[in-house]
Ligand binder design. Structure first.
Ligand SMILES: [Mg+2]
Length: 368
């Protein structure tokens, strides 16, 4: 069955997808990791490849390997036949429609994200252009912040990791808080000492606090350690709670969330509630590049900047194409996984990732 209605059905062309492949790979972390609300010791990446003859587009998401079956059974039959030169927006809506009764927010949109990233990559490769130019670039490089500082880390490891990013020229770093709040002052102290006074320090509670606790810690973080970014101080399901924390925090501390927004309505709910100072968007969850542009457009209407959550290698080109962009999360786990799986991985220079314009697409290739 083709996606396309009979009137739009084209004869076979060289830009039409003729094959879809998906697989999962689970990669152990380099040591046990935890944040305010979760513990883990591995990361699973689901990779999608779409083919048009000899040309191949690559996409991925981070989720359970059950997404492979979802892609193969539900999405791939409709992706075959999509013409990436002309049909990407149509395909995005149709694939979303196919997921209606499976569940769009959550794994459904993660699977769709991986497919959409692969389709855009294939389109750019067939055009022989870097993805940033196909999307319409507005900058040559995208700022990053180092992200890790897990609650499972020793003080020495926190200092080594965060200080390492600063030594690499990254002037912004983020650490996890909220698992055992009484331990956090010593942890944040160690971080501040390691990174010096001029580095921006961010914290992420992953929704560990209730509203009153979050307000208490927001004021302490801002006043005692100069923290300027408090991510998910309460659950991002509590949009009114996020706004409450914003309204009761020092003005120099910004509240951020959005990593668990999947469909456009999820982003709109956060924006309408005035829940965030900066909207986070995860390209591997929000519906890929098509969904990212959609969510970024919504943020722009609310006068907000956006920040890319995780998956730094998939995020760089699109973040060079969004005007009101702030930074990409250079997340320790995903940096490791993407280095292990892909050739063409970008390394930060001067605190930013710069698309390699000598490569077509997003520039990533699956290692042999
Ligand atoms: Mg987070």
């Amino acid at each position: 069955m083709s996606l396309l209605s009979p009137s739009r059905k084209r004869s076979s062309s060289s830009s039409q997808v003729d094959r879809v492949e998906a697989f999962a790979r689970t990669i152990p972390t380099d040591e046990p990791e935890s944040d305010g609300t979760l513990e883990w010791d591995s990361t699973t990446i689901v990779v999608v490849r779409v083919f048009a003859g000899d040309a191949v587009g690559l996409g991925y998401t981070y989720t359970h390997d059950a997404a492979v079956r979802l892609i193969e059974d539900k999405l791939a039959p409709a992706v075959r036949g999509v013409d990436v030169e002309t049909d990407l927006s149509h395909a995005w809506h149709e694939l979303g429609h196919l997921l209606r009764n499976v569940g769009r927010p959550g794994m459904g949109f993660m699977a769709l994200s991986a497919v959409d990233i692969a389709l855009w990559d294939l389109r750019a490769r067939l055009l022989g252009q870097p993805l940033v130019d196909v999307l319409g670039g507005v900058r040559d490089e995208a700022a990053v912040y180092g992200s890790g500082g897990f609650t499972s880390y020793s003080l020495e490891r926190i200092a080594e990791q965060l200080g390492g990013w600063v030594a690499q020229g990254i002037p912004r770093v983020k650490m996890k808080v909220g698992r055992s709040p009484d331990d956090d002052p010593a942890r944040v102290d160690a971080a501040r000492v390691a990174i010096g006074d001029t580095t921006e320090l961010y914290v992420d509670a992953n929704g560990a606090f209730d509203r009153d606790e979050a307000v208490h810690w927001a004021n302490r973080y801002a006043n005692d350690w100069g923290v300027t970014w408090f991510e998910e101080p309460v659950s991002s399901a509590d949009a009114d709670g996020l706004r409450h924390v914003r309204e009761h925090s020092p003005p120099q501390l910004q509240v951020a969330a959005g990593e668990y927004a999947y469909v456009p309505a999820d982003f709109l709910n956060l924006l309408r509630a005035n829940a965030v100072d900066c909207l986070q968007i995860d390209v591997t969850r929000c519906g890929g590049y098509t969904g990212f542009l959609n969510a970024a457009g919504l943020a722009e209407q609310f006068g907000l900047q956006i920040s890319a959550h995780c998956a730094p290698q998939a995020s760089t080109h699109i973040c060079c194409a969004v005007p009101h962009f702030r930074h990409i999360e250079y997340f320790h786990d995903h940096v490791r996984v993407e280095r292990e799986l892909f050739d063409g991985v970008l390394e930060p220079q001067g605190g930013a990732l710069r698309p390699d314009r000598s490569r077509a697409g997003h520039g990533l290739e699956l290692k042999a």
